[in-house]
Design a protein around this ligand. Structure first.
Ligand code: PLP
Length: 484
């Protein structure tokens, strides 16, 4: 494809993208395909010769699009959202145009320097304290996902505690076999997974009745573990847990950790976006005593996947754990000590120019535009709940609604002998089998619940009102089916 062909096909592609977004409302959110569908449609071998563009485009339409789950659909209410936006798409096109691999500053100075600047912008926007800014000892870096973010900081925390205990006369072997990390029983599985990779022990601490982690729970477990000779070194507290969007008592946890060498990481992957609104700033109480903080801009801030922002209070801790400079990576700029080489802040070497999309999004929407998006999602979630509450015989809202998530379940029904959990699971299957709405289920304690999250910028009031109507219809169909 030469430049002129690219111009033609590129314009056609933009037209196709516009048509996709224009038609999203009328497309079912879930695809109809069965596992393995694609293998049956595509050849066994890659082509030896170049193929006509028309064929590639046609196959994209006939084989790929039918197997797509439409995350941008106004009827996508599952997981947490992964918003896209046109400014972010265009920024990603420019990133692809440049296609640099910015691991060292010299590999593309703008790539590194823009990242430092926009992460300071976002840090100020969400109200983090100045200790997380790059002009002090801290700074931000873009990771692919929150899972990578927690792994990276767990590695930094591990190195920090090893260095500290070695100074006290322990051997490295003594230390590493005793290290223990914590999260609440509601923390994302990414935390436990990170401890599997780091090869340390992990304990899920019990949360309270509202699924929040309290300082007392941390204190009692840590005291017990220390008595047994373990070395607590890392804990994740969450703003907006995955199951119910609960927020841990960060201030209490920070107080409990005072005087210890435990690294406090804050996982605000989804709900951190809401911090750009002053009404959510109270959630930051205690964060000034954390060592690292993470939000996924790709969840709820209109920035295409992947874009997970991680801040550390002391960047030297990341460098101590992750910096290695073989001869082939040395260069004058790095040796000068005047530049950031982001390869030392992450696991891979290579990295894309992701700060471009943050910059475009922040400028194209402005902080107020983003606040409007967050508030609209929250308002629509409340509207969903209001509609649901018109059917008190069917539905119960399981937890205090938080951010743009509503967790609900079906109440036991007189004319059936199915339990609430069985009815809720049947409703969940009914909703998703229709492919018209997409929701996820989870367990809160022993209760099976359906999570309904609003996040797509394309979702309007009529979508959530219509969703409740459909949910009521599915419910009535289930009850009718199983009536005694
Ligand atoms: N933390 C929380 C609170 C989440 O809700 C999620 C995913 O939804 C994650 C971490 C993991 O996110 P990622 O896919 O970016 O690793």
């Amino acid at each position: 494809m030469n430049i002129e062909e690219f111009r033609k096909r590129g314009y056609e592609a933009i037209d196709r993208i516009c048509r996709y977004y224009g038609e999203l409302d009328s497309v079912k959110v879930l695809p109809e395909v069965k596992p393995g569908y694609l293998k049956k449609l595509l050849p066994k071998h890659a082509p030896e010769e170049a193929e006509p563009w028309e064929d590639i485009q046609a196959d994209f339409e006939s084989t790929i699009l039918p197997g797509v789950t439409h995350w941008q659909s106004p009827n996508f209410f599952a997981f947490y959202p992964a918003n896209s936006s046109f400014p972010a798409i265009i920024a990603d096109m420019f990133s692809d145009m440049i296609n640099c691999v910015g691991f060292n500053w010299i590999c593309s100075p703008a790539c590194t320097e823009l990242e430092t600047i926009v992460l300071d912008w976002v840090s100020r926007l969400i109200g983090l304290d100045d200790g997380y800014l790059s002009d002090g000892e801290g700074g931000g870096v873009i990771q692919g996902t929150a899972s990578e973010a927690v792994l990276v900081v767990m590695l930094a925390a591990r190195q920090r505690v090893i260095d500290e205990y070695k100074k006290r006369g322990y051997t490295e072997e003594d230390i590493v076999t005793k290290l223990i990390a914590y999260g609440s029983d509601q923390a994302h599985s990414a935390v436990e997974k990170a401890s599997m990779i780091v090869n340390c022990k992990f304990k899920a601490l019990p949360s309270d009745d509202e699924f929040c982690l309290r300082g007392s729970s941390v204190r009692s477990m840590m005291e017990k573990d220390i008595e047994e000779g373990l070395i607590p070194f890392f804990i994740t507290a969450t703003i907006g847990t995955t199951s119910s969007a609960a927020t841990d008592y960060i201030d209490e946890i920070a107080c409990t950790l005072e005087g210890t060498s435990v690294w406090l990481h804050i996982d605000a992957a989804y709900a951190g976006a809401a911090l750009i609104c002053p009404e959510y700033q109270y959630l930051l109480k205690g964060v000034d005593r954390s060592q690292s903080f993470n939000i996924n801009m790709h969840k709820w801030l209109l920035t295409n996947f992947d874009c997970s922002c991680l801040w550390v209070r002391k960047r030297s801790h990341l460098l101590n754990a992750l910096s290695l400079t073989p001869a082939f990576l040395r260069n004058t700029a790095s040796d000068s000590g005047l530049v950031i080489d982001y390869r030392d802040w992450q696991i891979p070497l290579g990295r894309r120019f992701r700060s471009l999309k943050i910059w475009f999004v922040l400028r194209a929407f402005g902080a107020n535009g983003l606040r409007e998006h967050i508030r609209k999602s929250v308002k629509l979630a409340r509207r969903f709940e209001e509609e649901l509450s018109k059917y008190p015989n069917y539905f119960a809202v399981t937890t205090k609604p938080a951010f743009s998530l509503v967790c609900f379940h079906l109440k036991p029904q007189k004319k059936t002998n199915m339990t609430s959990n069985e009815l809720t699971a049947a409703l969940y299957n009914g909703i998703n089998n229709s492919r018209e709405l997409y929701v996820t289920q989870t367990k809160l304690g022993s209760q099976t619940v359906i999570r309904f999250v609003v996040g797509s910028p394309w979702t309007a009031e009529r979508h959530v009102v219509d969703a409740v109507k459909k949910i009521v219809d599915f419910t009535e169909a289930i009850i009718k089916d199983v009536e005694l």
